[in-house]
Design a protein around this ligand. Structure first.
Ligand code: ZN
Length: 223
């Protein structure tokens, strides 16, 4: 893997899940210094934040947790409200899943950018991806490019938003984890499951279905 950015610093938007942990390892390969930022927005499972804390601690990565509880005040959704059940179906891309938190990535990336500038960091890494999912409009490449320009203008700073997973399928994200030598680590220590089960998860929520299907696909290609 190239190390062209080795002399620079990066901030990773980090949830403790498969995608952002893969991004964290990717960033550790690419950049001289990496810090992580996690947003606490009243996720269904505080365990997600516990996972993020444990991983950054283990890797010796500076970790910031920002309070974004206001997201829950703005828009009720199944990720933050325990009285709303998570849809079990995989989103079809036409109707937004009820786990959608409107504006989440825009807000997270904006807050990450403000934090980054204060630390002289211009590289922002996020695990958004438009391949498997199209139900989340602010995961799309066009949105990220647009926000990058807006952030640069709003703070007169030359941010570069990196999206290493943008065009990868879930199987290819597992392949990247494997290339980074971290497949088992990510498989065991991350939490993607909407029902809060670490590692291979509950097996039936949409996040588990996508994650496990991708893993199965990758392991089949690999063997
Ligand atoms: Zn699950």
């Amino acid at each position: 893997m190239s190390k062209v950015l080795k002399e620079e610093k990066a901030i990773v938007v980090f949830s403790g899940g498969q995608d952002s942990t893969t991004c964290l390892f990717w960033a550790l390969e690419q950049f001289q210094e990496v810090v992580a930022v996690t947003f606490d927005y009243g996720q269904r499972h505080v365990k997600e934040i516990e996972c993020a804390k444990a991983i950054t601690k283990e890797l010796g990565v500076e970790h910031h947790i920002l309070d974004m509880a206001l997201l829950n005040q703005l828009a009720p959704n199944s990720l933050t409200r325990t009285d709303i059940e998570v849809d079990e179906e995989i989103p079809d891309g036409k109707t937004a899943p009820n786990s959608l938190v409107e504006g989440r990535n825009m807000l997270f990336l904006t807050f990450a950018a403000v934090l980054a500038k204060g630390k002289d960091i211009r590289h922002i890494v996020t695990g958004v991806c438009e391949t498997d999912f199209s139900g989340y409009p602010d995961c799309r490449d066009v949105f990220i490019k647009s926000l990058n320009v807006t952030l640069n203008l709003s703070m007169d700073y030359s941010y570069v938003i990196h999206t290493p997973l943008m065009w990868l399928t879930k199987a290819q994200t597992w392949e990247l984890a494997d290339k980074l030598g971290k497949l088992d680590y990510i498989r065991e220590k991350t939490l993607t499951c909407y029902n809060g089960v670490q590692g291979d998860g509950c097996g039936h929520c949409p996040a588990c279905t996508l994650r496990n299907r991708g893993l199965k696909e990758y392991l089949a290609i690999k063997s």
